[in-house]
Design a protein around this ligand. Structure first.
Ligand code: CA
Ligand code: CA
Ligand code: CA
Ligand code: CA
Length: 347
């Protein structure tokens, strides 16, 4: 891939003090670029999606920007994405921040180097799939390589069928017409931009509107620094310009996954049963991807029965032999029932 050097982050490289993690405003130095803000309603030509939450920068611009997109979908009918529900919650960073970047991810990866004494945390938040601050990356940095994985991995984990990919502006594959089509279809995007205009990427932002003006084409975004809902308008032009567009990440959610499809591969089979078995009786905030299909915060016999009821769902599997469904599921259910009995006896 061509993205080892394409990173987004706070615009400040020397952030190394984890104590500052919750005070992003004091650790970033945004560019002093002339800004134009206006109320979208007052413009006749602007097309702006409503219900996109702006979040306070939280452990990285990548997960924060992706969080705004996930929040938009949560508020627009895909309510299982964030635990927060409805605009009154979704609009506030504090209700969604653990799903933007989990406490375990922060504890392990905020320090530089990564804390070797802590285990690799399970993937539960956007930052986990984004691999924000992981390995050789400074605190808060994310790579374009994982921008699509971040959105797709997280949304799948929360139970949704989705699709994501990125395209570059300079290659000509990502265009103004692409942005217009996405916004017209009600799909916000994530841009990786060159805020200081030096030709290198440095910042991820959620993008949710466009307007053609006499002086050029403009995109609407949040800058990820604060959760006030001010729309920021920047010119749609390439890197080497202030807030120049370098990459666009597309994202769409089509539907809820089939009940029981824990790993989101379109089939309900032994792979999902093994996911369920692995997280059996997990109570530490499990999600769909752990087998909590009824979203009640537990992985138990109720979820096993959902899986059993939908066993075999999905297109015919021709490339690999289908495991004997009755065997796999019966073993799982037997284990499930046994564990449940033991648990009830013990309590
Ligand atoms: Ca929700
Ligand atoms: Ca730059
Ligand atoms: Ca599956
Ligand atoms: Ca459950």
């Amino acid at each position: 891939m061509r993205c080892c050097a394409t990173l987004g982050c706070v615009l400040f490289l020397s952030i190394s003090n984890p104590a500052l993690a919750d005070e992003p405003m004091s650790t970033q130095s945004g560019p002093c670029v002339a800004e134009t803000y206006f109320e979208p309603e007052s413009s006749s030509g602007a097309v702006v999606l409503s219900g996109v939450p702006a979040y306070d920068w939280y452990h990285g611009c990548g997960p924060t920007a992706a969080g705004s997109i996930i929040g938009y979908y949560d508020y627009h009918g895909f309510d299982d994405l964030f635990d927060a529900s409805g605009w009154a919650q979704v609009k506030y960073t504090r209700y969604v921040r653990d799903q933007i970047s989990s406490p375990a991810h922060n504890a392990k990866y905020d320090p530089k180097p990564d804390d070797p004494n802590l285990p690799v945390p399970p993937n539960t938040s956007i930052a986990c799939w984004f691999r924000t601050s992981v390995g050789g990356l400074d605190y808060g940095w994310s790579s374009l390589t994982y921008s699509d994985d971040a959105l797709e991995g997280y949304a799948t984990y929360r139970g949704y069928e989705c699709n994501s990919w990125w395209e570059s502006y300079s290659s000509g594959s990502f265009t103004w017409n692409d942005l217009k089509a996405e916004i017209a279809a009600g799909r916000p995007m994530m841009f990786l931009v060159d805020t200081n205009g030096d030709g290198s990427t440095d910042h991820f932002v959620p993008v949710f509107g466009y307007e053609s003006r006499v002086d050029g084409n403009f995109y609407a975004c949040y800058d990820t620094w604060s959760e006030n809902e001010s729309v920021r308008w920047e010119k749609f032009q390439g890197g080497g310009n202030p807030w120049g567009v370098m990459y666009g990440t597309f994202f769409s959610i089509t539907d809820h996954l089939a009940p029981g499809d824990a790993n989101g591969d379109g089939h309900v089979n032994a792979s999902d049963a093994s996911v369920l078995a692995k997280h059996w009786l997990m109570t530490d905030q499990p999600a769909w991807g752990n087998g909590d299909f009824n979203n009640d915060g537990q992985v138990n016999d109720l979820d096993a029965s959902i899986l059993a009821a939908h066993w075999g769902t999905g297109p015919a599997e021709t490339s690999s032999p289908v495991p004997e469904p009755s065997m796999g599921i019966l073993m799982l259910l037997a284990t499930a029932t046994l564990s449940l009995k033991r648990l009830r006896k013990a309590s």
